[in-house]
Design a protein around this ligand. Structure first.
Ligand code: NI
Length: 360
């Protein structure tokens, strides 16, 4: 009996031991299976998804370059509304135009188009609009989008091209009187062109921003207010580049025009500047007289349709004159516009390297 019991005990123990061994082996195999499946899961899944959408490496590269494309948005004020232009991407690209009217909480899509320009003709004079654009590529596998473009926020003012227009231009600023001039321009839905000196820009960032916001044009008056005709090609380019860089940091775009200091240009400068060159046909000589009444008279007695008037927003006398000139010009039936608006409304296209003294 004892022997039998011993035998059973031994059998039982060996059974338990074998069972335990089996259990350990099973656990080990499950654990290792889990480990390997985890490390292999990613490449397998990636391969499967790539296979299922059937993207060749070349297509994958195109999609990557599409996603990484930077969309540059620019805005022009025209008779028909705000004209938006943005970076062109490959065929089949759609562009979503987002707009926010000042006071609204969110941007909404106002247009989806395949063209790389769009005119928003629903804008109203005096209202401020913000825009941004992104590109969309629709494929059978899904929709791919780029990042949003730069944002542009601007007040719209409509002008009547059948009525008289004049361009007030200010050199040598921005300065401490620029703000007051801007406030007056805004009040009368008027625009001006500011030819800024690059080295002064950072002292009056808010004025530069405000000018851009209310629809004024920012032109370049070089970085150091130097005579461009006395510089080398590198010197001229440097004067323009340094000013543009500062402007880009504040308003998101470069100067569209240039006014060479003292109005000095030669054929060499024309070749190098790569922007329309704007001089003037009415010189108020405000800097010499420093008299508000003389500056006022110089404008009001000389002004005619299409004129480009030269003033300097760094003098108190000029500021005082401008506060009277703006309402007086409006009363005489003049619309006060920027130089590009003057050209655009009169059907002229401003060309790089060409000198304009007035717009007929
Ligand atoms: Ni100057």
């Amino acid at each position: 009996m004892k022997r039998i019991l011993k035998e059973i005990n031994f059998k039982l123990l060996s059974c338990v031991f074998a069972g335990f061994l089996l259990f350990v082996l099973l656990c080990l195999s499950i654990f290792s299976a889990l480990l390997t499946s985890k490390t292999e899961q990613l490449p397998i899944a990636k391969k499967a998804s790539a296979d299922s959408v059937n993207i060749s490496s070349e297509q994958e590269l195109d999609i990557n370059s599409f996603i990484n494309s930077e969309i540059e948005l620019s805005l022009k004020s025209t008779e028909k509304g705000f004209k938006l232009e943005y970076t062109a991407l490959p065929n089949g690209t759609e562009y979503e135009i987002y707009r926010k009217v000042d006071g609204e909480k969110d941007f909404t899509v106002i247009e989806t188009t395949q063209k790389n320009k769009f005119t928003d003709s629903t804008v109203i004079t005096g209202k401020i609009y913000s825009y941004k654009v992104r590109a969309v590529l629709k494929q059978k596998e899904g929709v791919i989008t780029t990042e949003f473009s730069n944002r542009i926020k601007r007040k719209y003012v409509w002008f009547d091209k059948s009525k008289k227009m004049v361009a007030l231009t200010f050199d040598d600023g921005p300065g401490k009187y620029t703000k007051a001039i801007l406030k007056c321009l805004d009040k009368y839905d008027a625009h001006a062109t500011f030819f800024v000196v690059g080295s002064e820009i950072n002292k009056y960032k808010s004025s530069v921003k405000k000018a851009d916001l209310i629809g004024c044009e920012i032109g370049s008056h070089t970085y150091d207010h130097c005579d461009l005709t006395g510089l080398s090609k590198k010197g001229i380019k440097n004067q323009i580049k340094k000013t543009d860089k500062r402007l880009e940091a504040i308003i998101g775009h470069k100067a569209t025009l240039i006014r060479p200091p003292y109005g000095y240009v030669n054929s060499y400068v024309k070749q190098v500047v790569k922007k329309p060159i704007i001089t003037w046909n009415v010189d108020t000589r405000d800097w010499a007289t420093l008299s508000a009444s003389k500056t006022y008279k110089a404008v009001m007695e000389e002004v005619s349709d299409g004129d480009i008037i030269l003033m300097h927003d760094i003098h108190k006398s000029t500021k005082n004159a401008v506060l009277k000139i703006i309402p007086a010009l409006k009363k005489k039936g003049y619309q006060i516009v920027t130089v590009p608006e003057l050209a655009g409304y009169k059907g002229k296209k401003l060309k790089s390297g060409k000198v304009y003294t007035e717009i007929d």
